[in-house]
Design a protein around this ligand. Structure first.
Ligand code: GLC
Length: 747
């Protein structure tokens, strides 16, 4: 009797599951897909259902510690693999899809995932650099180019955008996101989702996106990758979850759990995140994949006794797909038979996975993304290389330019290019390079040579390595500098010193590079430092010495031409910092939208206030900072009325003038400060950006509309709303602007 009752309930639940999906169906095709999914689900055995929840590594390089090497092809033929990652190229993808759709009982196609993070073959600036452009159209286009190349190379799904907020430059993966600000991080997340997914997932060049890593991975204690995260729910929702919500609102198809323990519970099993917030409250209808073996790692964390226990906890938290632990395919059936996991739970996960495969059109044409002919034709086409060059140009941030040393123009007849990153192809593309090939990268030396101004000469000397103590190259470098009018140094981190598992406790420029810079500065000639890094570096030991500093991040395949465009003045640098540059690592985590504390200031002789006795509190370069070859003047900021109501917005405006001699772009930034809340509020919060191009002498009025909804936050009882009260609004060129006005939000 009991078994029959269980079956009846299961049928009802399954029915409910279907109707839940059907109710959410937004279009007729959604409903058709829901019906097809349901019909397929009914035919599937429990083994086949669980197989859809199993993702294994393909023949490409593993992107995590391989823990199990199941006989994948045999598992695939039995219908026990639903997805593969790291399958290189369309030919390999074609072979695997062919097995899936011809040799399995139900012919369900695979969904093939890959880390298309900042380009597939044409590599764009690393994401933190791309974000420094503050040009959302350019950022979206970069994702679109990446999706186009990946979509003909067998990739159906990218594990991007990485939307983790990062406030600590020690954390290597700060390179992969959009920096420290939740507002801007949300805009970038949505732009990247749109770029990858296009207008419809069924389109030829659309690939499913994946918001990762859910959640708060960037708050790893001490900036050490994979370390625990222990933050308040208020900070979690106020800062770290906002870009994820923006990804859901932009229609992101999938999510990925993060590795970290959040408040004592690993994210993969943390019901506050997926089960309660993502799926229940945000009504997310896509699916969630674990990160690489993050299910299995619960045993290592010490929150699961074995993989079976981990699998039970992960499915209880509605993690739908197991990346490379083989926990689901090994233990879920047993858990169902023991009554610990219901068929309804399995069905919910499988329904989500099958729905995406239908949306991508993989049932109609499993080989839609396996197009070797188009792969050869489209990859690295000139238009894509131009887009990458444009994105790189826009990513550079001019941090210093004493006496207008830059751009290098007719004033200089001879250039000495020195430093270990001047002629390094592999370092230009950074990490997470997809199928990018360093040999395709154009180095800074090549770029500067190709665009050398008439009558000028350039001499190159490496001088030293990125790491190590060898100074034997100094002599040649100093000789080259002595013979030149201007010295350009290409220094910083190697491309593989930021990214996953690449945190640093010391964030200064490594090796003997700074020592070489000091020797060159002694020659009394202007020294331009072009800094390559995947994170904010502590540049205090060069900031007073170099005449100019250009933050170049890792610019990608077209590094050289883009650097020449800016260094020779064909394009005025317009980038702004998406993450604060500290004076020293001891200030980390450091970010502009900090709280005031009860003792924010004091005179230097007063002891009892919030400060360091050995450094100022202020960063070396603040969030939003970036110079130009032009100069911009801002009129006093105006508000069209002094009261903002819950229903009626206010308009904030400034007049911006290019008082320089060259055309240039400026990122106009709007910040607010809530002077009093039911909880303490940040001293500044970015609430508007506008990137404008101004010709020399041109002025333009820039307007922002501010609504009460823009001022909402998680109040004392964690309700998300704006509270009436007094505010300041600031509009200027970076987060330090004092161009302010006031307004009051009235009930
Ligand atoms: C890695 C990363 C994740 C990536 C995944 C697949 O460990 O944490 O960002 O998407 O595994 O490569």
């Amino acid at each position: 009797m009991k078994k029959r009752a269980v079956m009846l309930v299961a049928l009802l639940l399954a029915g409910q599951g279907y109707w839940a999906v059907a109710q959410k169906a937004k279009t007729a095709s959604d409903l058709q897909i829901a019906q097809k999914v349901e019909a397929l689900l009914k035919k599937m055995t429990l083994d086949e259902k669980i197989g859809q929840m199993n993702q294994v590594n393909g023949n490409g390089a593993a992107t995590g510690p391989i823990k199990a090497n199941p006989n994948d092809i045999e598992l695939l033929k039995k219908g026990l693999i639903g997805s593969m990652l790291n399958v290189n190229g369309s030919a390999n993808a074609y072979q695997l899809q062919k097995i899936a759709v011809e040799q399995t009982r139900l012919r369900i196609p695979l969904i093939i995932g890959f880390d298309v993070i900042h380009g597939y073959k044409t590599i764009f600036p690393v994401p933190l650099g791309d974000a420094a452009s503050f040009d959302l159209a350019s950022i979206e286009n970069g994702a679109r180019v990446a999706a186009t190349e990946a979509s003909v190379a067998g990739v159906n799904w990218t594990f991007a955008p990485m939307v983790d907020i990062a406030r600590d430059a020690r954390w290597g993966r700060i390179m992969e996101g959009a920096g420290e600000d939740p507002y801007y991080g949300s805009l970038v997340a949505a732009a990247r989702v749109r770029g990858f997914q296009g207008k419809s997932l069924a389109e030829k060049h659309s690939i499913a996106a994946c918001a990762k890593h859910f959640a708060a991975y960037g708050a790893a204690e001490a900036g050490r990758d994979y370390n625990l995260v222990d933050i308040s729910n208020r900070t979690l929702f106020e800062v770290y979850l906002r870009p994820f919500k923006a990804s859901v609102d932009a229609g992101v198809a999938t999510f990925m759990n993060s590795f970290n323990d959040l408040g004592g519970v690993p994210a993969t099993a943390n019901t506050l995140l997926v089960k309660e917030t993502l799926k229940r409250d945000w009504k997310f209808d896509g699916f969630v994949v674990s990160d690489w073996d993050s299910i299995g790692e619960m045993v290592v964390h010490g929150s699961a006794v074995d993989k079976k226990d981990a699998a039970n906890q992960a499915i209880a938290n509605q993690c739908d797909m197991d990346m490379c632990t083989n926990a689901y395919v090994s233990h879920l059936k047993e858990l169902v038979n023991e009554g610990k996991v219901s068929v309804a739970q399995i069905d919910d996960a499988v329904r989500r996975i099958l729905t995406l495969k239908y949306k991508l059109g993989l049932f109609d044409n499993p080989f839609k993304n396996c197009d070797t002919e188009l792969e050869a034709k489209l990859t690295m086409q000139p238009a894509f290389l131009d887009a990458a060059r444009d994105a790189a140009r826009k990513s550079f941030v001019l941090l210093k330019n004493d006496k207008g040393i830059l751009p290098i123009d007719a004033r200089y007849k001879s250039i000495a290019l020195v430093g270990p990153l001047a002629d390094s192809k592999k370092d230009m593309i950074g990490t997470w390079i997809g199928m990018g090939d360093a040999k395709d990268a154009v180095t800074m030396l090549t770029g500067l040579k190709e665009q050398l101004p008439a009558g000028a000469t350039i001499t190159y000397a490496k001088g030293c390595d990125v790491l190590g103590d060898d100074t034997s190259g100094f002599v040649e470098a100093i000789a080259a500098a002595k013979a030149a009018d201007v010295v350009v140094m290409a220094i910083g981190e190697a491309g593989n010193m930021s990214g996953e598992g690449l945190s640093r406790a010391d964030i200064t420029i490594p090796g003997k590079q700074v020592e070489l810079l000091n020797e060159l500065v002694k020659l009394g000639k202007p020294v331009v430092a072009v800094v390559f890094s995947g994170r904010p570096l502590a540049l205090s030991n060069i900031s007073d010495k170099a005449s100019a500093i250009l933050q170049a991040w890792f610019p990608g395949t077209m590094a050289g031409p883009a650097l020449a465009d800016v260094i020779y003045g064909k394009y005025s640098p317009s980038g702004k910092l998406p993450a604060t540059f500290p004076r020293a690592v001891g200030q980390c985590p450091i970010y502009y939208n900090h709280k005031n504390t009860g003792r924010p200031t004091g005179d230097p002789n007063f002891q009892y206030w919030s400060h360091y006795i050995d450094l100022p509190n202020t960063p070396l370069y603040p969030f939003g900072f970036g110079l130009s070859y032009a100069s911009f003047e801002y009129s006093p900021v105006k508000v069209n009325k002094s009261t903002l109501s819950m229903k009626e917005p206010i308009v904030v405006s400034v007049e911006v003038k290019n008082s320089g001699k060259v055309a240039a772009e400026e990122v106009v930034q709007l910040y607010v400060r809530d002077l009093k809340g039911s909880v303490t509020r940040p001293v500044r919060e970015l609430k508007g950006i506008s990137k404008i191009m101004l010709q020399p002498g041109e002025s333009r009025e820039v307007k922002f509309t501010l609504r009460s909804s823009d001022l909402a936050f998680y109040t004392r009882d964690m309700s998300f709303k704006a509270e009436p009260g007094d505010f300041k609004v600031f509009v200027g060129t970076d987060s330090n602007t004092n161009n302010e006005a006031s307004f009051t939000l009235v009930p």
